[in-house]
Every structure is written in structure tokens, then in C-alpha cells.
Design a protein around this ligand. Structure first.
Ligand code: 4NP
Length: 164
């Protein structure tokens, strides 16, 4: 077996968007029986919610689609850039924070925007922060994440797995 690809999704609090992306992407990877080749985690750029379960509203939205969110919030660290093969920022603000934190030697395309892979990203490349909004915002985040995960997996397969 070749090397394992390590992927991290990163938002601000690590209690809404990135835990959902982690859960949905893990479900897809499991269904394709790739869980031994791809490991998935998530983090926040802030320290605000370290140790917390995902937001109850995000959990309920995910649960209604058959996805259980199991992560605990952690803060992304500069050293994490060494561990992960691919770091996916959930919006441009967190991308900018991660870019500032990254070592100068960061390999090209190790840090990318999640919605770069969204086939319907004409409205922009941000997964909007649902935290201060209503239920509709959480559903919108789910729809974006759900449709973006399959093309993201195709990309990971072609970039990291097919050449092994
Ligand atoms: P997330 O959402 O970045 O998708 O986890 C947020 C969670 C908490 C806060 C902001 C965004 N907050 O201000 O505490």
C-alpha cells in the first residue's frame, strides 16, 4: 500500500463548516473504500471553541442527511502544514490567515480553497459562515459541501493516488 494522504478542512471556529466537510467527505471516502488511503480531519484558525463538539444546528442538518459529526474543535497550528498533504480553507478569510501562518517553503497547492472544486462556484469561493444566521444557512452550507466533495475526491485521487 502506498502512502496515506492526509487532508484537513479549516474554517474559523471548527464547529460548523469544517466539521461538516470532514463528516461528508469521510462518508464519501468510506463508501469508496478509500479510508485506508485518505485520512481526514478538520481545524479552526481561531482558538475560540477548542474541545467543543460541532454546533448543534450543524449536527442536526448533517443528521437529517444521515451524517454524524464526531469531531472536537482544535486550532490549526503552523506545524500542521508538515503533516497534511492538502489543507482546504472553507473561505477566503481563513485562507488568508493560513497563508500568513504558513512557512515560506510551503509546497505549491498544499493550501487550497475548498470551493475551488465546487462545480457551482460562480457566486464566489466562500462557504458562508452560518453561525449567526438561521437554519437556511446551515442547509446552504450542506448543499455546497455535498456537491463539492465528489470533485474534490476525484482531484485527490488523480493528484495523490493514481500515480502510486
Ligand atoms: P465555523 O463557524 O467557522 O464554520 O465553525 C463559526 C463558529 C463560531 C464562530 C464563528 C464562526 N464564533 O464567532 O464563535
Amino acid at each position: 500500500m502506498g502512502k496515506v494522504v492526509e487532508v484537513s478542512f479549516v474554517c474559523l471556529g471548527n464547529i460548523c463548516r469544517s466539521p461538516l466537510a470532514q463528516g461528508v467527505f469521510q462518508d464519501l471516502v468510506n463508501r469508496e473504500k478509500l479510508e485506508h488511503k485518505i485520512t481526514i480531519s478538520s481545524a479552526g484558525t481561531s482558538s475560540w471553541h477548542i474541545g467543543d463538539f460541532p454546533d448543534q444546528r450543524m449536527c442536526q442538518t448533517a443528521q437529517s442527511k444521515g451524517i454524524q459529526l464526531k469531531s472536537r474543535a482544535q486550532q490549526f497550528q503552523r506545524k500542521d502544514f508538515d503533516q497534511f498533504n492538502l489543507v482546504l480553507a472553507m473561505d477566503q478569510s481563513n485562507f488568508a490567515t493560513l497563508e500568513k501562518m504558513a512557512p515560506d517553503t510551503l509546497p505549491e497547492n498544499k493550501l487550497m480553497l475548498f470551493r475551488f472544486f465546487d462545480p457551482e462556484n460562480k457566486d464566489g469561493l466562500n462557504v458562508p459562515d452560518p453561525y449567526y444566521g438561521g437554519v437556511k444557512g446551515f442547509e446552504a452550507v450542506y448543499q455546497m459541501v455535498e456537491r463539492t466533495c465528489p470533485p474534490l475526491l476525484d482531484y485527490i485521487k488523480s493528484r495523490f493516488l493514481n500515480s502510486q
